[in-house]
Ligand binder design. Structure first.
Ligand code: HEM
Length: 477
């Protein structure tokens, strides 16, 4: 027995020495890598072996993590988070370098669990010819001339959400997720999605959405496992819709029709799986982003009564012109809401719901005498740029008038930049303009409870999704 114990202790001791030795070796190799020819590694700390600075990132507001390191090390710095060595870049010039001028050296990168859930053929996982061809098609189906046709339906959808909120206290984020989902469905399926199918689609989509940010263990009972199964049902549903449209020869101008009609040079078309991955991918890209910016917008309007009053005056003029809402909004009216538009731009800047882009270097890259090693994650930090006083004076102040003049090039990146920049940006802005029009002309709202804390899911929103009590104008909220 004692011999066995001795052997066991010996093994534990040897294992311990092996771990210590590996750590020392790793640290030594990192030290050596500081100089690679004449290139230096960016300044910064790689934190503890294996865990890096992950703990520091998650034990505080992530924006403080990024901002404090930028203050200490400058516009480019290295770190190690979530198991990856990373280089973070906080200047407009660096963001342009990664996303535009040298974009071919940086590929998009996402955790495998997310790629499995959304579907590997979704647009944003790709680079090169497949991405470029799909991108052309998505751009055209989300261009202003296409989305202006959706205006009446977007208006009805905003009205429906507000009606269901009337007289109740609801978390704004949850309520607005329904609105952004409805608009996403409109953009993808046009008006051709029958109610029964829409409900089945929503039911399964909600399960996928719930599992998306959960721990990725694929068992029947885990949220991720349930999400994977719901995702597969969504695939089946989409296959049915595609089959039906093909049988009826029912082509429209919506995104699904564009995906179905797509042909490559040899005349090959997208498989049902590729179509489904892109439909689900687009909904994911559209829903939480738009809902969280709108949630912040409500908070900013609530915090700035004078601005709210001015926005209301701008919108009331249009509302009255339309017979107090009896006639629908027109496209030209959407284009003449200058103050509301600037409030939206300032909300996008202040909230910076997508704080950074995520890429991976496909080769060793030099940036301003620093080495970005192949395989490292590379993150242009949009939020740091949006909150830098060199580009936006008094950056913590909510001031839409700063958009009276255009921001300096590459300093305003709420929708990213380059070949992966958001193709849905016009649709997102249209939704926000329509929503604000309806909200301020017909309703009064009151934010309930804490208004300072922020939660991440993963996009930042005010705590509890900003509970708001809403009622028709003229009635007490
Ligand atoms: C306020 C709302 C939105 C914000 C802030 C936003 C922001 C962004 C950003 C920053 C990117 C670039 C990510 C990167 O470079 O890695 C992006 C990409 C994307 N967005 Fe949006 N987005 C919004 C709404 C939408 C909407 C409404 C749609 C679709 C209807 C959409 C579809 C997409 C797609 C498909 C991509 C990937 C493009 C590609 O990889 O080529 N987004 N979005």
């Amino acid at each position: 027995m004692s011999l066995l114990m001795e052997i066991a202790w010996g093994l534990i001791y040897a294992f311990f020495l092996l771990v210590v030795f590996s750590c020392l070796l790793l640290l030594r190799r990192r030290g050596k890598k500081e100089v690679h020819g004449v290139l230096r590694m960016p300044p910064g700390s790689m934190g503890w072996p294996f865990i890096g600075e992950t703990f520091q990132l998650f034990s505080q507001d992530p924006n403080i993590f990024f901002a404090s390191r930028q203050k200490r090390y400058g516009e480019i710095f290295k770190t190690h988070v979530l198991g990856y060595p990373c280089v973070m870049l906080a200047s407009p010039e660096a963001a342009r370098f990664v996303l535009v001028s040298q974009a071919h050296l940086f590929k998009p990168t996402y955790p495998q669990s997310k790629e499995r859930l959304i579907g590997p053929w979704a647009l944003f996982f790709h680079q090169g010819a497949y991405h470029a061809r799909l991108r052309k098609l998505v751009n055209s189906s989300l261009a202003p001339r296409a989305i202006r046709l959706l205006l009446p339906k977007i208006e009805s959808s905003a009205a429906a959400v507000l009606r269901s909120w009337d007289g109740r206290e609801l978390g704004s984020f949850q309520a607005l997720k329904r609105f952004s989902f409805d608009v996403g469905i409109l953009a993808i399926f046009g008006g051709h999605f029958v109610e029964q199918r829409r409900n089945a689609f929503l039911e399964n989509y909600l399960v996928v959405d719930k599992g998306y940010n959960s721990f990725p263990t694929n068992f029947k009972w885990t949220p991720y496992g349930k999400a994977m199964r719901a995702r597969s049902r969504l695939g089946d549903l989409l296959r049915e819709v595609v089959k039906e449209r093909r049988e009826k020869d029912d082509a429209g101008t919506d995104l699904l029709s564009c995906l179905m009609e797509w042909r490559d040079e040899e005349g090959g078309r997208l498989s049902d799986e590729q179509i489904a991955d892109n439909v689900i991918g687009l909904l994911f890209a559209a829903q939480d982003t738009t809902a969280s910016v709108l949630t912040w917008l409500i908070k900013y309007l609530n915090d700035h009564p004078k601005l709210l009053k001015a926005a209301k005056a701008e919108q009331m003029a249009i509302y009255e012109m339309n017979g107090c809402g009896r006639r629908p909004l027109e496209w030209t009216q959407i284009k003449s809401m200058p103050l509301t538009y600037k409030i939206i731009l300032e909300s996008l800047r202040m909230a910076s719901v997508i704080s950074f882009a995520f890429r991976e270097a496909v080769a060793d890259v030099e940036y301003k005498g620093c080495l970005i090693p192949k395989g490292w994650k590379v993150m242009p930090l949009f939020r740091n740029i949006h909150h830098n006083p060199d580009f936006f004076s008094d950056p913590q102040k909510f001031d839409p008038s700063r958009f009276n003049t255009s921001p300096m090039p590459n300093t305003f990146l709420p929708f990213g930049n380059g070949e992966h920049a958001c193709p849905g940006n016009e649709l997102a802005k249209l939704q926000m303009l329509v929503f604000v029009h309806q909200l301020v002309t017909q309703y009064r709202f009151e934010v309930v409870g804490s208004q300072t804390e922020v939660e991440y899911g993963p996009f930042p929103v005010p705590k509890h999704g900003l509970p708001v009590r809403l009622s028709r104008s003229g009635e007490r909220p």
